[in-house]
Design a protein around this ligand. Structure first.
Ligand code: UGA
Length: 448
């Protein structure tokens, strides 16, 4: 099928590359000419496992094209995925101006039937506005459908999530739209494509395809992200109780998670959730609810608990080191989660900012995110390092902020010998407490 992707940000690029991988002809559009030129040369603007390979191979197979021309992308396709950003406005609502703009453009350039699919995370009822806008701005009485097809991609695992989703949700209002979407996702649903990720590919039943009305599909996305964020804040609250009572959050979470009704995922206590999805979607959902006349106090509390986590880190450091001014704090991990170079709303960066306010000096390392962090945090007080060992040199304490796999197998004996004082705050409960203590570290976790 001929598919246009407007625009080629994180979601757009993953969606485009994966749809090409399963056999479609995909036209990825973006107004940023420089980005498009780089993509044409196989240069990926983000770090995401497997993505570069998919882009290069599908370009070669002539199934994936990049263009800065909206007209070209729209005229080459029957199906148009809207993948533009919906960043937060100052009041927390999602800024939908890009959705409106591209809808007008699709209406303007469409010469024949189009299926317009919302992939971007949007408030419930956005589909109605897309439909209305298309009707107003189309130049001819051409037929069209609007659909919602939310994404559930986790950064760092987005290609895997796209090709092996737990479910595919489509919100439609016509049989034609449903059939087209079924056709697009058929290879994924019946697992008939050759998976480019050769490890950990589940080979069981077909993927469930959930067909709903458009509003319900829109709501599924916000409700899912909010629920997952709630799970994280819930376990973080329990971890505070563990600390006050001497219980161990890892055991508590394990014991809870084995109950299938609860599930073991998203019960890792720590320094809280970051990234460009949960914090912004939570705020947007609180606003959406407010607009419909519902005061979502539960989600406000989820947000409040999360915002408190980074202050707890500072408190723990003060408990261990007394005064932070002029102390050297080593930061392990800058991205908001492992396997990505994304630092947007990363708890690690928030901790760095709080430490700078306290007058501390920082030595920081991340396997992928140092360059981005450098652009964001330019303080003279931060030394960016090329390894965890360099971070440890002369440090009064280390704070593990992101659970990159490589931090598990560090030579901790060596790290200890490099530090001024062997204090470690494990913000993700990644390390083994007893092992660290046996090595002579003063170990502080989050609820253990
Ligand atoms: C999230 C959702 O998981 C995706 O399903 C969704 O599609 C995406 O948002 C989106 O809306 O685009 P993402 O933000 O990439 O994906 O990453 P997550 O794996 O969900 O992690 C989010 C944050 O929660 C990270 O900072 C992570 O460290 C934190 N987290 C996660 C915890 O603190 N504890 C946990 O147990 C799990």
């Amino acid at each position: 099928m001929d598919i246009a992707i407007l625009e080629t940000g994180y979601v757009g690029l993953v969606t485009g590359a994966c749809l090409a991988e399963i056999g479609h002809n995909v036209y990825c559009q973006d107004c940023d000419k420089e980005k498009i030129e780089r993509l044409k040369n196989g240069k990926i603007p983000i770090y995401e496992p497997y993505l570069e390979r998919l882009v290069i191979e599908n370009k070669k197979k002539r199934r994936l094209f990049f263009t800065d021309s909206l007209k070209e992308a729209i005229c080459s396709s029957v199906v148009v995925f809207i993948c533009v950003g919906t960043p937060p406005l100052e009041n927390g609502e999602a800024d939908l101006s890009a959705i409106e703009r591209v809808t007008r453009e699709i209406a303007h350039y469409s010469e024949s039937y189009k299926l317009i699919i919302e992939k971007s995370t949007v408030p419930v009822q956005t589909g109605l506005w897309v439909e209305r806008t298309f009707k107003i701005y189309r130049l001819k009485e051409i037929d069209f459908d609007v659909a919602s097809n939310p994404e559930f991609l986790r950064e760092g695992q987005a290609v895997f999530d796209f090709l092996h989703p737990d479910r595919i949700v489509i919100g439609v209002q016509s049989k034609r739209a449903e059939e087209l979407l079924r056709e697009i996702y058929r290879p994924i649903i019946d697992r008939s494509f050759n998976c480019p990720i050769h490890k950990e590919c589940p080979e069981n039943e077909p993927i469930p395809l959930i067909v709903t009305d458009i509003k319900s599909a829109e709501l599924i996305k916000h409700a899912s992200n909010s629920f997952l964020a709630t799970k994280i804040s819930f376990i973080n609250a329990i971890s505070d109780i563990c600390e006050k009572t001497g219980a161990n959050i890892k055991d508590v979470a394990y014991g809870m998670g084995l109950d299938r009704r609860i599930g073991k995922d998203f019960l890792n206590a720590g320094i809280g959730f970051g990234g460009f999805c949960f914090p912004k979607d939570l705020k947007a959902f609180i606003k959406i609810s407010e607009k419909c006349g519902y005061d979502f106090r539960l989600l406000k509390e989820v947000e409040r608990i999360n915002e408190g986590r980074v202050f707890l880190v500072i408190e723990k450091l003060k408990n261990g080191l007394w005064i932070l001014k002029d102390k050297t704090i080593g930061i392990l991990g800058l991205s908001f989660k492992p396997n990505t170079d994304d630092i947007r709303l990363s708890p690690s960066l928030k901790i760095c900012r709080l430490l700078l306010k306290e007058g501390a000096k920082i030595r920081a390392y991340d396997p992928k995110a140092v360059e981005r962090a450098k652009r964001e945090l330019k303080s003279q007080q931060i030394t960016y390092c090329s390894s965890p060992y360099e971070v440890a040199k002369g440090a009064d304490a280390l704070v593990l902020c992101t659970e990159w796999e490589e931090f598990k197998d560090l030579n901790w004996k060596k790290i200890k010998s490099l530090m001024l004082y062997p204090f470690i705050l494990d913000g993700r409960n990644m390390l083994e407490k007893q092992k660290m203590k046996d090595l002579g570290f003063e170990y502080v976790g989050m609820g253990i």
